[in-house]
Design a binder for this molecule. Structure first.
Ligand code: NA7
Length: 847
């Protein structure tokens, strides 16, 4: 066997160069790197076709890890072309002196795990073999072209080019009849670039695309200076943005805007160019088909304005898939090219290409003659580049067998069954919608830290668990299903561009900030979801999130939300009130206000006497308001045909314990005496609260029992029960998601204000729970207060109280107020509805 290394790296693109630098120069590891191409550059080495350029601005589409590199290179255009990007990567390679680690023109042909030695055996096409403790794949997601589907390509007598392996010497198209097959990002760049050069250009289009202006232009001196001065803040903005570029946040939902407002916003970002049209216009275009149709129609209008021949314009207008459900391409003069008399568009949806022939292309309806055929038919994305490494994992497990039903991975970084194999930007990573160099840096940094840990701890094997992979797969699929992406047909996003390839979620669509936060959490908890020397660490909460909850958390992170415990009192109160924007609006109905005690009474238009719900809002006793509870109370009144009394109570720290419990109990007493005047049935009162309000409801139920006020039920929506509870959930969810132990402790502290802890604050401490109203306790899987609430439900049941306990998986503390974004909140309302329906009679014994 040949040489032995710490790490073998495969690939010399953005990922490979940085990975080698990081592992050689920072970790001091002994590395061998392989690259099939003759030089560095990856994608930018291979894709030398006319017009190849990036579509994230170069100041963003470049490394950020080195200040020296950032400052040392100046881009000549906003969106640099392939030669300039390649020159940049060559310059970086020299600067970092990483070429010495690479063997170029060398393809890895097999990669086999040796379980006994806990090493990989790597064979290359030059007949050499080596071993390595770790393999880091930097082979890229879009590096293997789709196999040509057209028979007869070898018979074509003219010049045949694939965009992804374009010749290094110039290709002269002057005076030639050229066919271009494919109208994705690549085809569009080719077509617009050669339209003026070739004698004739015939475009074979199967699916028209929603191409929007790129907005490229030279970068002048003043702009370069500005870019250099603002590097740090641009990068910080990028890291916080869903797709890793510091673009404007969207202006709320398109469906809430008027047609004129929509037009204004679409125009604005159409002119600014690039991905802004997707990410800076409206928040719902990627999630809601109807909203998506507003932008789709806008783009179609712009296409019709630019293409003179209406029949050609109609053919160029996509109608069979939502905008951005396929990776959006960008253009410069693409549509105008079709106004040139020698540029022709052929629809191969209605008459598919049957073969390439000695003279050109034959479709089902016609034969065409060409001098040159250019194939821009796309890539076998994410999976093929890894499959081509000939991977065999534990027990000879073949990657193709493991992935027979579609790719699996944990974070896109590891594949269960393949220990010590790390993948940069693998399937189910965030890279497909995340500025590649930054996505790459994130992944390389994560992997380098994992390797450093493994080396320091002398860990022989580091691998994702099957369970973590499944959880990650569920999250990726769940998030994708909330978007319009699965409504596309033939998108590489879903693996559908390759005949026979498994349809699946090929990437994580939750956005860069969430992806980064999840990776950080995983590392922070000691690589949760990974097994180190076969000892697995639990899958962290963020990986178990409900997909909608995950997306919401991601958008909060993108808006720069600080952890709750780092906020001051005013900020906490502002956050609580801002939750109103996350609630579904409540239905209109009659609302009365009373002043003593302060309350709002929601009265549905039904014949009474009606059951009554007394509701206490959440907010940790220090925040929240009747306004916060407004939409939920309307919905509770409407769905349950109940009078809902939303009771105000004084907040800590200005008014600490027992102000809140006294106020809420006083409100309940008042309701019992007076609700009849509003059409309510005092014999059917259910006391209910959310979060801290649920704690107050639980205490009010005890006080009601003791005072002889009959209650029909109590509904406790994820109540905190006891600040001194020592439970597993308190430890497991101490850092969130969303709600942390530190903020919980601050809230309890403010509420108690130094008072002794009694049953009036911690209801589980009551001398007896017997005789209390029947209870519904709703808990959330990923909530610190989950176990104390469930313990309380258990204690109620032990005391003979009828109890229903309903735990909701994947949700975190506070979601009751996030109904507009987390559809499963409706399950909480349904559970409450079922319970309230059973509270028909006064069933509490009067003490
Ligand atoms: P894409 O976006 O996958 O585009 C490939 C194009 O080739 C697309 O228009 C396809 O039409 C077309 N195609 C593929 N096979 C055929 C056949 N058999 N007949 C006719 N037309 C065909 O690849 P690109 O290289 O353009 O872009 C890849 C990524 O690079 C891009 O997303 C950016 O991330 C950068 P279809 O839509 O399948 O009908």
């Amino acid at each position: 066997m040949g040489s032995h290394y710490d790490v073998v790296v495969v690939g010399a693109g953005f990922a490979g160069l940085y990975a080698v630098h990081k592992m050689c120069d920072e970790l001091g590891l002994d590395i061998q790197a392989f690259e099939a191409a003759g030089g560095v550059g990856g994608t930018w080495w291979w894709n030398r076709y006319p017009g190849a350029r990036c579509d994230f601005e170069s100041i963003h589409y470049s490394y950020s890890f080195s200040e020296e590199i950032q400052r040392g290179w100046e881009w000549s255009e906003r969106f640099a072309g392939q030669p300039e990007i390649l020159a940049y990567l060559e310059w970086v390679a020299d600067k970092l002196d990483v070429r010495r680690a690479f063997r170029f023109n060398t393809r890895v042909t097999s990669t086999t795990w040796d379980d006994k030695a806990a090493r990989w055996i790597i064979c290359t096409d030059d007949g050499a073999t080596c071993t390595a403790r770790f393999v880091v794949s930097c082979v890229g997601g879009l590096s293997v072209a789709k196999e040509p589907e057209f028979p007869g390509s070898e018979t074509f007598r003219g010049e045949l080019y694939r965009t992804s392996s374009w010749p290094h010497e110039p290709v002269d198209l002057t005076g030639k009849r050229v066919a271009v097959i494919g109208t994705g990002s690549t085809g569009i760049q080719v077509i617009q670039s050669i339209a003026n050069e070739a004698a004739e250009v015939t475009v074979f289009q199967r699916t028209p695309n929603f191409a929007a202006p790129l907005g490229n232009e030279p970068v002048d001196l003043a702009q370069r200076r500005w870019n250099a001065e603002h590097h740090a803040e641009l990068r910080a903005g990028s890291r916080q943005h869903m797709i890793g570029v510091p673009y404007d946040p969207p202006s709320g939902p398109a469906l809430a805007a008027t047609p004129d407002e929509r037009r204004r916003i679409f125009d604005k970002y159409w002119d600014r160019g690039g991905f802004r049209l997707l990410v800076s216009t409206f928040s719902d275009v990627i999630f809601n088909q109807q909203a998506n149709e507003t932008i789709a129609e806008y783009i179609r209008e712009r296409i019709r304005e630019r293409v003179k021949d209406p029949a050609t314009a109609a053919l160029l207008c996509p109608t069979d898939h939502p905008y951005a459900s396929k990776r959006p391409p960008f253009e410069t003069g693409y549509y105008e090219a079709y106004n040139l008399p020698h540029v022709h568009l052929v629809d191969v949806r209605s008459a598919p290409i049957e073969a390439l022939t000695p003279i050109g292309v034959r479709t089902s309806s016609k034969s065409y003659e060409f001098d040159v055929i250019i194939l821009a038919t796309g890539f076998d994305v994410f999976t093929r580049p890894l499959l081509n490494l000939g991977l065999r994992g534990r027990d000879g497990l073949k990657l193709e067998d493991r992935w027979a039903n579609g790719p699996t991975s944990y974070l896109g970084v590891q594949i269960a069954g393949f220990p010590n194999l790390f993948v940069i930007n693998g399937p189910k990573s965030a890279v497909a919608l995340y500025n590649v160099p930054l996505a790459t840096e994130d992944n390389v940094n994560f992997v380098a830290a994992a390797l450093a840990r493994a080396i320091a701890d002398k860990t022989a094997t580091f691998e994702a668990t099957y369970e973590a992979e499944e959880a990650w797969g569920r999250l990726c699929e769940g998030i994708l299903n909330l978007t319009v992406i699965p409504h596309s047909k033939g998108s590489w996003y879903m693996g559908e561009n390759i005949p026979g390839k498994a349809r699946a979620a090929y990437f994580f669509a939750g956005g860069a900030p969430l992806y980064r936060a999840i990776c950080a959490e995983i590392a922070h908890v000691g690589y949760g979801g990974f097994a180190l020397d076969r000892v697995s660490a639990p899958i962290p909460p963020m990986v178990r999130l409900d997909p909608a909850a995950a997306l919401l958390l991601g958008s909060m992170l993108a808006r720069g939300m600080k952890p709750l415990d780092e906020l001051n009192l005013d900020e906490v109160r502002a956050v609580a009130e801002s939750l109103r924007e996350l609630q579904l609006p409540g239905p209109a109905m009659r609302v009365e206000t009373v002043e003593a005690p302060r309350a709002r009474i929601y009265i549905p238009d039904r014949a009474g006497p009606l059951p009554v719900i007394v509701f206490y809002h959440g907010g940790g006793w220090i925040s929240g308001s009747l306004d916060l509870a407004d939409a939920p109370c309307r919905r509770l009144a409407d769905e349950n045909g109940a009078i809902v009394v939303s009771a105000h109570y004084r907040l800590a720290p200005e008014h600490s314990f027992p102000a809140a419990t006294d106020d809420t109990f006083a409100a309940l007493s008042w309701v019992w005496k007076h609700v009849g005047a509003y059409g309510g049935d005092p014999g059917r009162i259910v006391v209910m609260g959310e979060s801290a309000g649920a704690n107050l409801a639980a205490v009010a139920a005890i006080r009601a029992r003791d005072a002889g006020i009959p209650l029909a039920g109590q509904v406790l929506i994820y109540p905190p029960i006891d600040p001194e509870a020592s439970t597993a959930s308190r430890t497991e969810f101490a850092d969130g998601p969303f709600f942390t132990r530190a903020i919980g402790e601050k809230m309890w502290g403010a509420y108690l204000g130094g008072a002794e802890l009694t049953a009036l604050a911690a209801p589980s401490r009551a001398s007896s729970l017997a005789g209390l109203a029947p209870a519904l306790v709703l808990t959330l899987e990923l909530d610190m207060s989950r176990d104390e609430a469930e313990d309380y439900a258990g204690a109620l049941a032990s005391a003979g109280v009828p109890v229903r306990l309903h735990r909701f998986d994947g949700l975190f503390h506070g979601v009751f107020n996030m109904s507009a974004f987390i559809p499963r909140v409706r399950e909480m309302y349904a559970s409450i509805g079922e319970f309230v329906a059973t509270c028909k009679e006064q069933i509490t014994e009067v003490a």
